[in-house]
Design a protein around this ligand. Structure first.
Ligand code: 3SK
Length: 512
């Protein structure tokens, strides 16, 4: 488009003033001082933050790194940067100093905004960084930093700069399930594209909704759930900066009364287990979503029975910004990832890029309006991931005769036993069906003949035990077949996971 301003902040923030929502609560905190922010205050504070960036000499396309917990300043910094034409780069708040150091160097951010609670971790990461011109701390500013309050004090409000729909708006760093983080570059129109597709046509989000997402806003799943979807319709988001334990979630359900809840499979499993101990919370959730990894059928079914609300399980990626394959409210088949979200197309291909028919397993490719523009400074990886309009997901799927997609694992997690492909995910599902098992991860393990066989790492439900590992082996043999059962079972307290809940199987593999 040539004439209209495509700056995403106009649609998500300033439009609400013209539409009479200045007094409506956009965000309210469920912890700390329990502050809240109306759409009017958000419009004003984001304009002032944009003005503060300009006053500090920040130019268009400069990166604003954010190591910010879920708190009111998150949307202010994110949208304020977009208004200024700068590029907000929200980072996972759980990373180590060495990873922050690498990302800050890679992104060449000129401003870093940090929550005070994270300062001790971040401090060593900025020593020797030549690109940063200011470090802004939300809270009390340590020496050499500026407080957020001082940074914005007296700044002239700035209107959203003219931007093209296809212009870079923000980056997210994706670590995938392995490897070093890559900057994923997204454009202004992508946020609206995900709100118009998954947000509106699957979730059916509306102005009266109150959203609560346990996935934090630095993560693409949380960014859509807690920011762009509710802001696309003028709804309210409950923000929680702490760790979403089942206790904390139960408390928020009854105190804050969310109508939409976005979780991840591990949490749903823990909520079901918690419910058995402490009863049901008083809640008014009408619909839940799950992503990050496939939701085990058993957990979905048990949760829905207890809570009276469906979990719409779907799959998305940082590269596609949000969910592109999903179940639908009123048509959830647990154990599947559903079908393509309206506006997206998916294909399954074999190792020669030939289409795979129903019942076969292939890599999932997706095309749709929110795909990233590419990775920052990773030309090779960009070319092998974004192939024309299609994006490779690295996930293996099977399409059933009913046209639904069933997750089979990552392309690099699959392995062969006696010449037959085994999906670790299928073995994990079988293990999770055992009443004593909370979670499981399966990886290939070399036997004494140097042949690969499945090995399982198992977390038991609290207070439960199995007589011995042999019980589980027999259980799996009976459920899914002789060659797939885990030849070794190791009981562990927890599984290694990414911040977004994906099991890091590579950490469990031999020699990893
Ligand atoms: O992991 C997912 O399924 C996901 C969903 C939405 C956005 C981002 C991701 C990685």
């Amino acid at each position: 488009r040539m004439s209209e301003n495509g700056n995403a902040a106009l649609y998500f923030v300033d439009r609400h003033i013209a539409e009479g929502r200045a007094g409506k609560t956009a965000f309210r905190e469920a912890d700390g001082e329990r502050r809240s922010l109306t759409y009017g205050e958000l419009a004003d504070q984001t304009s002032r933050f944009a003005g503060a960036l300009a006053r500090h000499g920040v130019r268009r396309e400069e990166r604003i790194a954010m190591i910010v917990r879920d708190q009111l300043e998150f949307p202010v910094v994110f949208w304020g940067s977009i208004k200024a034409g700068a590029i907000p780069v929200p980072l996972n708040t759980l990373l180590s100093a060495s990873v922050y150091e690498e990302i800050l160097r890679d992104s060449r951010a000129s401003i870093l905004v940090v929550s005070e609670q994270l300062w001790d971790t971040v401090k060593p990461a900025i020593q020797g960084n030549r690109f940063l011109r200011a470090v802004v701390v939300i809270g009390a500013a340590p020496e050499g930093c500026e407080s957020f309050e001082d940074f914005v004090a007296g700044a002239e409000p700035m209107d959203p700069v003219d931007a093209h729909d296809d212009e870079m708006a923000f980056w997210l760093y994706s670590s995938g399930s392995t490897g070093t983080p890559k900057g994923v570059r997204h454009v202004h129109s992508s946020l609206k594209a995900t709100a118009d597709t998954f947000g509106s046509q699957v979730l059916g989000i509306r102005e009266e909704d109150v959203m609560f997402s346990v996935a934090k806003m630095f993560f693409a799943y949380g960014l859509g759930n807690a920011m762009s979807f509710p802001m696309s319709v003028g709804a309210t988001t409950v923000i929680f900066g702490g760790r979403p334990t089942p206790d904390a979630v139960f408390d928020i359900m009854s105190r804050e009364r969310p109508t939409l809840f976005c979780g991840v499979p591990t949490l749903y499993a823990a909520l079901v287990a918690e419910q058995a101990r402490s009863g049901m919370p008083d809640h008014c959730v009408r619909l839940c979503t799950s992503a990050g990894e496939a939701l085990p059928r058993e957990i979905g079914e048990r949760f829905e029975k207890l809570w009276g609300a469906e979990i719409v399980d779907g799959v998305g990626s940082t590269e596609m910004l949000h969910i592109f394959l999903s179940n639908r409210p009123g048509d959830c088949v647990y154990g599947t990832s559903g079908v393509a979200v309206p506006g997206y197309e998916v294909r399954l291909v074999d190792e020669h890029d030939e289409d795979v028919g129903d019942g076969g397993i292939g890599e999932l490719l997706v095309r749709g309006p929110s795909s990233a523009d590419g990775y920052w400074n990773r030309r090779h990886k960009s070319r092998s991931t974004f192939e024309g309009h299609w994006t490779r997901t690295g996930d293996k799927y099977e399409r059933t005769a009913q046209g639904r997609y069933v997750y089979c694992g990552r392309t690099d997690d699959m392995f062969k036993v006696s010449g037959i492909w085994v999906s670790p995910f299928e073995v994990e599902q079988a293990l999770i069906d055992h009443p004593a098992v909370l979670e499981a991860a399966v990886v290939p393990w070399m036997d004494d003949k140097q042949l690969e066989k499945p090995k399982a790492y198992v977390v038991l439900q609290s207070g439960k035990s199995v007589d011995e590992a042999g019980d589980l082996k027999d259980f799996v043999k009976e459920k899914i077949g002789m060659w797939k059962y885990p030849r070794w079972v190791e009981f562990v307290d927890e599984l290694p996971k990414t911040a977004t809940g994906k099991i890091q199987r590579f950490k469990l593999r031999q020699g990893a």
